[in-house]
Design a protein around this ligand. Structure first.
Ligand code: PMP
Length: 429
């Protein structure tokens, strides 16, 4: 069978660490709206692709038209050494939306490259290679970003020269501060931050990088306001704050356009990628001009900000603003989390339901509350067999992540809830 043969060829020629989902991996052949169809003709409701790439769904005419008009000029890309109107317009929009005063934007091809750039800016600006990161973080796969990735299973090299110190404030469910009230949790994390700066670093830290909700780490969601308290401490030491908005940007959390805004604080820089291109490769950094312009040497990304990606991203951004998809994320996220909480209440295999907007997660546990990755793996397969694609994640691989496109409808949210309920019931306790 063609599918089996492709899988065999994939395994022979691509690296073993490039993991595929599912016992029988899927090959997506076509898609529309929130549904994808595989090579065998089976259609699935996609409850994960929204955060990976397709923030507003598949086959959106406005995006295809924007890309097609650029293709029709005959220029897929020439060079970022020349002026590109859609790039400038997109940068202006993002600078304005960022809320960062006097902001400038640099475009990259991925989230990894965006975070590498932010780290380069912060370390150059502060003339220090010391960085603070949250435990249980994921920031990318290149040499500096693997170093600031706190999930061991995703930090493929320990040989990076970046110096990192780890701070609490991400994954609370299994932290020593789990049972504290929100206010006491914030106090404990702030005390930890101060202690780490004072005792584990030479004091000359360049920056702290945070995910407002940890993505790969299983949508671990700190209490609102934590990062404002962090920023007060960071300011005492002149340490910059970078918010990695690769998963939390563009209104996905429902309440705010950027995840960090739940903390009522303006970071020095934000990084973004994934959903901005609705499937096209684009990422970037938005930062205060003084920080962005601190590099003395030239630094260019050949494809970062190319006209296909920026035309598609501009159309995506306009679409999600024009249709107020942030409000839709808030409304349907609410509906979903209530439904999930009531399922979890009668199924002890689900130990925690968390997240915001259309970024929701279920943590699977064993009888004594221990991580239960087997249950999460079983849920993934059970949901798929019922026509729903979801994501996996978490420090222990025991979290199921739900992140549909932000154009999700009420009927689709209910359909997913009903499939998930049956799939959870089918998971061995
Ligand atoms: N930051 C976060 C928060 C991410 O979730 C990811 C990707 N999972 C990245 C950075 C890296 O992005 P990319 O895979 O585009 O390099």
């Amino acid at each position: 069978m063609a599918h089996r043969e492709l899988l065999h060829r994939h395994r022979s020629v691509l690296p073993k660490w490039l993991a595929l989902y599912y016992e029988e991996p899927i090959e997506i052949a076509s898609a529309h709206g929130r549904r994808v169809t595989d090579r065998e003709g089976r259609t699935y409701l996609d409850f994960f692709g929204g955060i990976l790439t397709n923030s507003i769904g598949y086959d959106v005419a406005e995006i295809s038209d924007a890309v097609r008009s650029q293709v029709d000029t005959g220029v897929l890309h020439s060079s970022t050494l020349y002026l590109i109107e859609s790039q400038v317009e997109l940068a202006e929009k993002i600078a304005h939306l960022s809320g960062i005063p006097d902001a400038k934007v640099f475009f990259t091809n991925s989230g990894t490259e965006a975070n590498e750039t932010a780290l380069m800016l912060a370390t150059q600006h502060r003339r220090s290679g010391q960085v603070l990161a949250l435990r249980n973080s994921y920031h990318g796969r290149a040499f500096a970003t693997v170093a600031i990735t706190g999930i061991r299973g995703w930090s493929a090299s320990e040989l990076s020269p970046i110096k990192v110190s780890w701070v609490h404030g991400g994954y609370r469910y299994r932290s020593p501060f789990k049972d504290l009230s929100d206010a006491d949790y914030v106090k404990a994390c702030v005390a930890d931050l101060r202690e780490v700066i004072e005792t584990a670093t030479a004091g000359d830290v360049a920056c702290m990088i945070v995910e407002p909700i940890q993505g790969v780490g299983g949508f671990a969601s700190p209490p609102d306001g934590l990062f404002r308290e962090f920023k007060k401490v960071l300011d005492e030491y002149g340490i910059l704050l970078v918010s990695d908005e690769v998963q939390t940007g563009w209104g996905r959390t429902g309440e705010h356009f950027w995840g960090i805004q739940a903390h009522d604080v303006v970071p020095d820089a934000m990084t973004f990628a994934k959903g901005l291109g609705n499937g096209l490769a684009i990422g970037g950094v938005v930062a205060r001009a003084e920080l962005m312009d601190c590099l003395q040497a030239n630094s260019i990304s050949t494809f970062g900000g190319n006209p296909i990606s920026t035309a598609g991203a501009l159309a995506t951004l306009n679409y999600l603003l024009d249709h107020d998809l942030q409000a839709n994320a808030a409304k349907l996220g609410n509906r979903l989390i209530h439904g999930l909480r009531s399922v979890a209440a009668t199924h002890p295999v689900v130990g925690d339901v968390r997240g915001k907007g259309l970024m929701l997660a279920l943590e699977f546990v064993g009888p004594a509350g221990e991580p239960n990755p087997a249950a999460a793996a079983a849920l993934l397969e059970e949901a798929r067999s019922r026509g729903l694609l979801v994501g996996k994640g978490g420090l222990h691989g025991n979290v199921i992540r739900l992140a549909p496109p932000m154009t999700l409808t009420e009927d689709e949210a209910d359909e997913a809830l009903s499939i998930l309920t049956k799939a959870i019931e089918a998971v061995p306790a």
